[in-house]
Design a protein around this ligand. Structure first.
Ligand code: WTA
Length: 651
């Protein structure tokens, strides 16, 4: 995204926070004093926040245990139940009739689910799991469309201490199988299908395919009847969700678990190997989900309607479609469908219809909607919006300005939030009524978060770009990589010898201390705000019988941010006509192995790949070629000089 980075570096506009609002953090001064409280006594500040914001069954005795770093332990000795904090607590406070979830389907069906109704369903689902023999610590894989039952299932797991692992519904049977096997899940919860672009995206057949070989750990599959597509039910193994829940009581005692009890595993791509199972634990994650809702979104649960467009298959959907808003006792909107169906005004119509006040989406969606034209948002009454958020990738200043002017009519602060699956919640973000914003900058670290930009040796850089690190542990940090402690250490802590958490992003801090995120510095692509490992896509390609070798890089893309470009060498020769057919086959093959989000946009065939004399693929060179840029890398170490011309011609 070279143009974008240059325009970001030239960006000098600044926008003051709107006046006349009583924000949860009301001024820059209030922000600085909270930051100061953390620097004076971080343990005491966390202790106060955790005591005030969470309902404990028994209090914690120790704020942070660093003895076994980087395996940190937070709020040791405390016990609590997450679903109780998200449900019972609000009902006890008299909010049982408040909408917890407003759900809309693509076809326009709407459901309002109150806190009392949500609790009753969560209890039934939790009891159904208990009946199936699921106990605390067991893993449950959730493979669902964006329907309330997805949130109900997640909360039901937390009620009994089961560990959920949500797998994004567009992932392939193979990807689902890998995750089931890695977690050794005993139960899979799915739906017959989900609504997408006016049709049905079948899910249950993918579960059948995933379970057809291996996956010995799975004893049962629970199926929500939703889309009405034909499905096969396997006797003994498969059960109907509605029947199972109907048979259960709507009361289920919440299990008090330890603060550090594993809460969920969510897979994400890295630069090496298969996706990693990022492990989060209960108290710290919940605390940060709630605090960031209150701080970054200035959430006022009594009057706000919050809508995060992310699917529950991603961390953004976990923290900000489900746990954050519910931990605060507020209303969250869920939409099952594509943003442009039946027309590009759909998101704005939903905002107007449900009186959404805080809206949170990804830059890729904003860019796609800019292209569709201003007439779409202009058809809807967006006057109820007060805060607009973005996440997932750097937002280019043009998109930021459009969001600000056309959607927010210049009234709504834009909160550009930087964070990761691993961080659990926001790390860098403006506070809407305190922090002046600059288009393209995620601005300042949140209180309690210690961010630095350092060079390869870990020295802080004052000028120019560097690597983004977190210098202190924080409550919602990942607790490890499921089943692979060494990989946790190697990926995040090895680079700076255990001293800093290495995020994998490049960043620059400007003269005001504002952070400008420059994108990944490793072999991870960010396609439409989704993380994809180049190696994962390469492995998928070489598993095709015709492929000898493959190298995958990103190239700038107007809407997706990055597009997937694959350079492929084949085992035999192919003529141009068969190359076309093979490219189509390879795209389908990657879709089958991983899912459509990983499907290469470009496939280029060549006789060999550019390598150094020591045999390393020259990725920078490939990135220049993919982008059609002038070649900036030194090609003198290239083993076969003619390969560059051949690749440039291979479009
Ligand atoms: C990128 C998504 C720039 C970044 C919550 C990070 C961002 C990766 C931003 C994590 C942002 C996320 N500005 N880049 N506001 N937010 N990223 O795990 O590269 O799916 O490392 O978590 O997305 O992606 P993940």
């Amino acid at each position: 995204m070279s143009e974008t980075i240059e325009s970001i570096l030239d960006e000098h506009r600044s926008f003051k926070p709107p006046q006349g609002h009583q924000g949860n953090i009301a001024s820059l001064q209030a922000y600085h004093s909270l930051c100061e409280a953390f620097s004076n006594d971080s343990d005491a500040t966390w202790k106060d926040l955790a005591t005030e914001h969470l309902n404990w069954k028994s209090p914690f005795s120790n704020v942070l245990n660093q003895q076994n770093a980087p395996f940190f332990r937070w709020f040791e000795g405390g016990t609590l139940n997450l679903s109780e904090n998200c449900l019972d607590r609000h009902i006890d406070a008299g909010l049982g009739e408040r909408n917890a979830i407003i759900w809309e389907s693509e076809a326009g069906e709407v459901r309002h689910i109150s806190y009392s109704e949500l609790l009753a369903n969560v209890c039934r689902a939790a009891n159904a799991m208990l009946t199936l023999g699921i106990r605390a610590g067991d893993r449950v894989v959730i493979y669902m469309p964006m329907i309330p039952e997805a949130a109900i299932t997640m909360l039901a797991c937390t009620r009994i201490g089961a560990i959920h692992s949500v797998v994004f519904g567009a992932f392939s049977p193979q990807a689902l199988k890998d995750r089931i096997e890695d977690t050794q899940a005993r139960l899979v919860i799915t739906a017959d299908g989900g609504g997408r672009r006016g049709g049905v995206h079948a899910l249950k057949p993918n579960v059948d395919a995933a379970l057809s070989e291996g996956c010995q750990s799975v004893e049962h599959v629970l199926i929500v009847r939703h889309a009405g597509n034909d499905i096969e039910m396997k006797a003994q193994r498969d059960l109907n969700w509605h029947e199972a829940l109907h048979a259960e009581s709507e009361h289920c005692e919440p299990l008090a678990v330890d603060s550090e009890h594993p809460l969920f595993i969510l897979y994400t791509s890295g630069s090496t190997g298969k996706p990693k199972g990022i492990l989060h634990s209960t108290a710290g994650y919940l605390l940060w989900a709630r605090l960031t809702m209150l701080w970054t979104f200035d959430f006022k649960p009594e009057s706000d309607v919050f809508w995060c467009t992310a699917d529950v298959g991603w961390i953004t959907g976990h923290t900000y479609s489900v746990y954050g808003p519910l931990a605060c006792g507020g209303t969250t909107v869920m939409y099952e469908g594509v943003p442009t169906y039946p027309d590009p005004g759909r998101l704005w119509k939903i905002c107007a219809d449900h009186d959404v006040t805080i809206f949170y989406t990804a830059p890729t969606a904003i860019r796609a909607l800019i292209k569709a034209g201003d007439e779409w948002p202009n058809q809807h009454d967006l006057s109820g919006l007060r805060i607009l958020g973005t996440v997932g990738e750097p937002i280019n200043p043009e998109a930021w300005m459009w969001y600000h002017n056309v959607i927010g009519k210049g009234r709504c602060p834009i909160v550009d939030t930087w964070w990761q699956t691993e961080t659990g919640g926001h790390m860098i973000a403006p506070l809407p009524y305190a922090t002046p914003t600059k288009p393209g900058s995620a601005t300042l670290p949140l209180p309690g978060i210690d961010i630095a930009v350092v060079d390869e040796e870990g020295q802080e850089v004052s000028d120019g770009g560097g690597l983004l690190v977190l210098r202190k542990p924080w409550p919602s940090m990942l607790r490890g990589v499921w089943g692979d402690d060494q990989r946790y250490i190697d990926t995040y802590w090895e680079k700076f010898k255990g001293k800093y958490y290495f995020a994998g992003d490049g960043a620059r801090r400007d003269e005001d201390g504002y952070m400008w995120i420059m994108g990944r510095v490793d072999d991870v692509l960010n396609v439409s705000g989704h993380r994809l490992g180049t190696m994962e896509i390469e492995s998928a390609l070489v598993s095709h019988e015709a492929v000898a070798e493959a190298a995958v890089v990103g190239r700038p893309h107007d809407i997706k941010g990055e597009a997937v470009c694959a350079f492929v060498t084949l085992k035999g020769d192919v003529d141009d006509a068969s190359a076309q057919a093979l490219a189509t086959q390879l795209r389908a093959h990657v879709t089958k192995e991983i899912g459509a989000i990983a499907k290469p946009d470009d496939i280029r065939f060549s006789n060999s790949l550019p390598k150094t004399r020591s045999g390393k693929i020259m990725r920078r060179l490939l990135r220049d070629i993919a982008a059609g840029r002038e070649i900036t890398s030194d090609t003198s170490t290239l083993e076969d000089q003619s390969v560059v011309q051949q690749l440039q011609k291979s479009r």
